[in-house]
Design a protein around this ligand. Structure first.
Ligand code: AP5
Length: 188
């Protein structure tokens, strides 16, 4: 099964994607992780996107579309993939539909982690405090920008998937294991 995990920064997309990967053998495809790997390796792409990511802005649609298009064809996605952080704009969502149709693949659920924005700074600060490598965008200023970008550019994909009857909402403020239970119920 192929699914999308949707939600603002710190909603728990990566946390739940990793649990699904461990429990179900589905592959987590995090565009954020892929881009951070490009930055760490100082590739031309990494050098191009670093400033945008550090500031909390989105990278151009075509960059992430190409990454995902290449990635979903790999053998490790055979048991299904979890899109974590993609799509993030209506253009990306529309392109994903066309890409999947062309590759004869289907999307199951689009799972929205519904969270209280006021709790997200504390989550991000906790992650920064606990990580060996602190993300350049895990600070109050960049988070403010990331949340604004989410509201303006990503939230419009919620009605897009609602109109297709694919959107499922879970309470992302619940404990991690309770969120996992809610997702398990949706996936069956
Ligand atoms: P990306 O890496 O995707 O970051 P994000 O969406 O901002 O999400 P985060 O990784 O911060 O949060 P998360 O929801 O995964 O939460 P997590 O599970 O880690 O994107 C970064 C940047 O890359 C973008 O700003 C953009 O520049 C670029 N980019 C990426 N994709 C793009 C695209 N498609 N198009 C254009 N640009 C793109 O949890 C956070 C913390 O909360 C952790 O400490 C965790 O332990 C804790 N936590 C999780 N769940 C719970 C819970 N239920 N209760 C309590 N704590 C919890």
């Amino acid at each position: 099964m192929n699914i999308i995990l949707l939600g603002p920064p710190g909603a728990g997309k990566g946390t739940q994607a990793k649990i699904l990967e461990d429990n179900r053998g589905m592959k987590q495809l995090s565009t954020g992780d892929m881009l951070r790997a490009e930055i760490a390796a100082e590739t031309p792409l990494g050098i191009k996107v670093k400033g945008l990511m550090d500031a909390g802005s989105l990278v151009p649609d075509e960059v992430v579309v190409e990454m995902i298009s290449n990635r979903i064809e790999q053998p490790d996605c055979a048991k299904g993939f979890i899109l974590d952080g993609f799509p993030r704009t209506v253009v990306q969502a529309e392109t994903l539909d066309k890409m999947l149709a062309a590759k004869n693949k289907k999307l199951g659920s689009v799972i929205q982690l519904v969270v209280d924005e006021d709790a997200l700074l504390a989550r991000i600060e906790k992650r920064a405090a606990e990580s060996a490598t602190v993300r350049a965008d895990d600070n109050a200023e960049a988070l403010k920008k990331r949340l604004a970008v989410y509201r303006e550019q990503t939230a419009p994909i919620i009605p897009y998937y609602e109109a297709k009857g694919m959107l499922k909402k879970v309470d992302g403020m619940a404990a991690v294991n309770v969120v996992t239970d809610q997702i398990d119920k949706i996936l069956g």
